[in-house]
Design a protein around this ligand. Structure first.
Ligand code: FAD
Length: 320
């Protein structure tokens, strides 16, 4: 694992570093590699372009760790407006997809942006807020997946998804292969109709709860994937790792995919050629597209994932 990763992930939660990085003039250009824009108006052409190439999308309005009720409410309002605009302003055949094909429009939400960390009733406020977003999404024919954040929120986040799924059975959840608990969570959640996005995990976690060794994380990912692919849900394979992706493709050729299908997912700006290659093979690919001004923590996690990104970022800062 990149030795700088824990340092960068710690910085991702520092208001002081946030001030420095977000004020640096260089940031805008580099951030644009990973973030589709500041506003819905900047986002929508990007989404249209991705849909035109056969990709599905999951749009994330950036923001997390909200400690202010008004901001949580504003986030709900933004998601509702986003869903309406996605559904009405995009000339995409939402209703004309072949039976069994994935819904091409999705939004991803972080419960910490919806009030989960509020000091009083945070969990229930965030669940209610996610429910409001699901109501709007259901009316528009858009899917919702609840992102997973650090391990201190895993139980509350899964409880929120469990509480909402009876009304919104298509609601997706995320599991992180680096957590030691995740194999069991996969067993618990691989049931009929479930949509589970499996990723490696992007936060700084203690060794007591998470694997730190890359090979151990990859092996956990394989075990979790096997459980999800043998279950009766719809697995979402969220990784850019070429080895894991080719193992999934080989498995499909060997044994066929899960009965209800599956999809690959990648982040905006990463492995675009691989996305195109999978689509060329008829495998659905969804791109996670973030937008908004509160990009700092998301951006820092992307920097932490790849030493080359860090080097590029530091070089750009120095050259100004
Ligand atoms: P890695 O082993 O990290 O990378 C494999 C290869 O992919 C690298 O060698 C490199 O070529 C490429 N790559 C990976 N990251 C980058 C990058 N930043 N820039 C350029 N190339 C890169 N994490 C969560 O904790 N919670 C979530 O809810 C969540 N949602 C996600 C949704 C999607 C659709 C995706 C794709 C990821 C999500 N993640 C989430 C992030 C995830 O946990 C990983 O941190 C991230 O995907 C990098 O891991 P990897 O599987 O690509 O494998």
């Amino acid at each position: 694992m990149n030795p700088l990763r824990p340092v960068i992930l710690a910085a991702a939660r520092s208001p002081r570093v946030e001030q420095v990085v977000t004020r640096a003039p260089v940031s805008r250009d580099i951030v644009r590699r990973f973030v589709a824009g500041s506003t819905r108006a900047e986002l929508l052409p990007v989404v249209r372009g991705l849909l035109a190439t056969g990709r599905c999308v999951s749009v994330d309005f950036l923001g997390e760790d909200t400690t202010d009720r008004a901001q949580a409410d504003a986030t709900v309002a933004e998601y509702c407006a986003l869903i309406d605009e996605l559904a009405t302003s995009i000339d995409d055949p939402v209703d004309s997809a072949p039976a069994g094909a994935p819904v091409r429009l999705e939004v991803s939400v972080k419960l910490s942006a919806l009030g989960q960390a509020l000091p009083v009733d945070g969990a229930s406020i965030a669940t209610d807020n996610a429910g409001q977003i699901c109501v709007r999404a259901a009316a528009a024919g858009v899917w919702v997946t609840v992102d997973m954040e650090d391990h201190t929120t895993t139980d509350a986040t899964l409880a929120a998804v469990t509480a909402l799924r009876p009304d919104f059975p298509w609601l997706g959840a995320v599991l992180q292969a680096y957590l030691r608990r995740t194999e069991q969570d996969c067993r618990d959640l691989a049931g009929p109709g479930s949509r589970i996005r499996l990723c490696k995990g992007a936060y700084r976690e203690p060794v007591a709860v998470a694997y730190h060794d890359r090979a151990e994380i990859d092996d956990s990912y394989r075990r979790c994937l096997e459980i999800l692919f043998s279950g009766s849900g719809y697995p979402m394979v969220a990784t850019h790792d070429p080895v894991l992706i080719s193992e999934v493709t080989a498995r499909k050729v060997r044994e066929g995919g899960p009965a209800n299908g599956y999809e690959h997912q990648m982040l905006f700006g990463i492995q675009e050629r691989e996305q195109g290659r999978l689509i060329g093979q008829g495998i659905p690919v969804r791109v996670y597209v973030p937008y908004g001004d509160r990009w700092f923590s998301y951006f820092m996690r992307r920097i932490a994932e790849r030493p080359a990104n860090m080097a590029f970022f530091l070089r750009s800062l120095r050259s100004r």
